[in-house]
Design a protein around this ligand. Structure first.
Ligand code: HEC
Ligand code: HEC
Length: 500
């Protein structure tokens, strides 16, 4: 796949010597800073191996004694082994990352069919059974409040998104966060300032005369990024580009969570070096170097492109549709393009906004740096505009949370607000705010919205209400041919087949 993959992963003979008949999907792990010394193509090959590995019990798949959040089981007397070893709802729910992320064209890192829906945070249960006679909370049926869960309330049903262009997206989020933090740090007690970056407004941040922070007029950020315990505790204002609910700041954090949730593969950086909290007898199931390799693989995936119709009429419709999209207000949230500046295309790992439980940036820690514009990486890629020295990232998002649900539609909320502390009353009150979905691959998506319930782009557009009601109405007022052109434009935003 990569140019120059000839640089083979150097494998020391001792580690390579797996006994005949060994069934480890990943026979060899990166050790002692190897992620910083391997040539990039070899590192990415290892990352791809981790992304496509069908994890086995010998690798450490399964988590007999812990849930998908990492907590001990509610009922340790009934470990997750044998017939309880996997569970499509509460997890472990899959064999490989690519088992879900593979569309279109079987590309590892792609989107997923509805069949790969994840019941987000159902993994806090030991083993979903929905058995009404079970009286232990968080074991199989009763939630934290003692209410019997149903398939509709146990977790948020989320569709598998594609990860194309992920490195550019995370670097944009990091850049916006840095801008917002700079504005924050210049606010004196008693002052207020507008929070804005790259033309996106996040409302206004202010301080009371005693120095405490007032986040009431900040918009589009999740509550974790606004938390503050007093004048000395500045809200992080971190833009969280990952998960439909904007819940996670970095790919690395998400990967540490996903490995444990979906497979019971526990990374040593989150679960401890030489420790075995899940009790399956395997330690160091993936190393720090492995997580870096996996993250580098995802961060360097190709970006989506455009498929322009061959006939003149089709081409005209796409161009007209793009103009109409902007004219009727769609582009206020789906911002067609955002600029990466100040060499923001040098992707670094670990990133600056990782929370504890993940490898973090420290003054002493060495960082991996990857030039996302490197033409040897999977194509197509984005490269800097020579004149302006920026990379324009045409993702069609603003990285903000919006409520575009119809307030009258009781079913529009998902059951859990995963941006609140797990098990808190607010967590169980549900959520209606989602990130403006990036549209640069909308024409290739197997289905639409966070839940994947919409099978056509038109259905998705017509489902916009709440904050997007005006643009929905403007779309409805268009003539049929103009509406068709908007859809044709959205359809042209596609993932190109490999090596095109
Ligand atoms: C069972 C299906 C499934 C498996 C297996 C799976 N994912 Fe995902 N992935 C999802 C779903 C569903 C989401 C959306 C989650 C959300 O919105 O909360 C997601 C989200 C992501 C995201 C964030 C993308 C975004 O736009 O928000 C990344 C990155 C990711 N997965 C990487 C991985 C990696 C790496 C692995 C393997 C370690 C993996 N996934 C395994 C289904 C899966
Ligand atoms: C107020 C902000 C806002 C405006 C205005 C807006 N959108 Fe959206 N759009 C969103 C959000 C948020 C989502 C994600 C919804 C979800 O996942 O539940 C979304 C999702 C979508 C999707 C689904 C993509 C996919 O594959 O899942 C399409 C298509 C889309 N918007 C097109 C449009 C069009 C066309 C317009 C103008 C008529 C528009 N949007 C106006 C915020 C907005």
């Amino acid at each position: 796949m990569l140019a120059g993959t000839a640089a083979a992963l150097a494998v020391p003979p001792a580690a390579q010597d797996q006994p005949i008949g060994s069934e480890r999907a990943v026979p060899r792990h990166l050790l002692r800073g190897e992620e910083l010394t391997l040539p990039l193509p070899a590192l990415l090959r290892h990352g791809r191996l981790l992304f496509t590995a069908n994890w086995t019990d010998q690798d450490g798949a399964g988590r007999p004694l812990t849930t998908g959040t990492g907590a001990p089981l509610a009922d340790p007397m009934r470990p997750l082994t044998g017939a309880r070893g996997m569970n499509r709802v509460s997890g472990p729910d899959a064999n490989s990352c690519a088992g879900c992320h593979n569309m279109p064209d079987g590309i590892p890192g792609g989107a997923g069919d509805f069949a790969s829906v994840v019941f987000q945070m159902a993994q806090r249960f030991d083993f979903a059974t929905f058995d009404r006679s079970d009286t232990t909370r968080r074991r199989g049926s009763l939630d934290e409040m003692g209410r019997p869960a149903t398939l509709q309330t146990i977790g948020n049903a989320r569709m598998t998104p594609d990860l194309f262009g992920a490195g550019y997206l995370e670097m944009l989020a990091r850049q916006i966060t840095a801008d917002l933090q700079r504005i924050r740090d210049a606010i004196e007690p008693g002052q207020a300032r507008p929070l804005a970056s790259t033309g996106i407004s996040f409302g206004t941040l202010s301080r009371l005369p005693d120095g405490r922070w007032n986040m009431r007029r900040v918009e589009g950020l999740p509550p974790q990024s606004l938390a503050s315990r007093g004048a000395e505790d500045r809200p992080s204002l971190a833009v969280r580009p990952w998960q439909a609910s904007g819940s996670t700041a970095s790919l690395r954090e998400l990967h540490n969570t996903a490995l444990n949730q979906h497979f019971g593969i526990q990374s040593s950086e989150r679960f401890g070096v030489d420790a075995d909290p899940d009790g399956d007898g395997v330690r160091n199931e993936v190393t720090r170097g492995d997580v870096t390799a996996l993250t580098a693989f995802v961060a360097t995936l190709q970006v989506p492109g455009r498929v322009i119709p061959a006939d003149a009429e089709g081409r005209r419709a796409v161009a007209e549709g793009e103009r109409t999209f902007a004219r009727i207000g769609c582009a206020t949230c789906h911002i067609p393009s955002l600029p990466l500046t100040r060499s923001g295309w040098t992707y670094s790992e670990p990133g600056p906004y990782n929370s504890s439980g993940n490898l973090r940036q420290t003054a002493a820690a060495r960082r991996l740096a990857i030039d996302l514009a490197d033409p040897a990486l999977p194509r197509p890629r984005l490269s800097p505009d020579a004149g302006r020295g920026v990379i324009d990232v045409p993702a069609f998002t603003d990285f903000k949370l919006h409520d575009i649900t119809d307030p009258a539609d009781g079913d529009a909320a998902e059951p859990l607000d995963i941006n609140q502390p797990p098990s808190s009353p607010k967590f169980l009150q549900g959520n209606r705010r989602f990130l403006t979905r990036r549209l640069w691959s909308a024409g290739s998506a197997p289905a639409h919205f966070h839940h994947g319930l919409f099978t056509s782009l038109r259905e998705a557009v017509l489902a916009h209400a709440g904050e997007a009601l005006e643009s929905h109405r403007a779309f409805e007022r268009l003539q049929a041919s103009e509406q068709g052109a908007v859809i044709a434009f959205l359809e042209s935003l596609q993932v190109l087949p490999p090596e095109r």
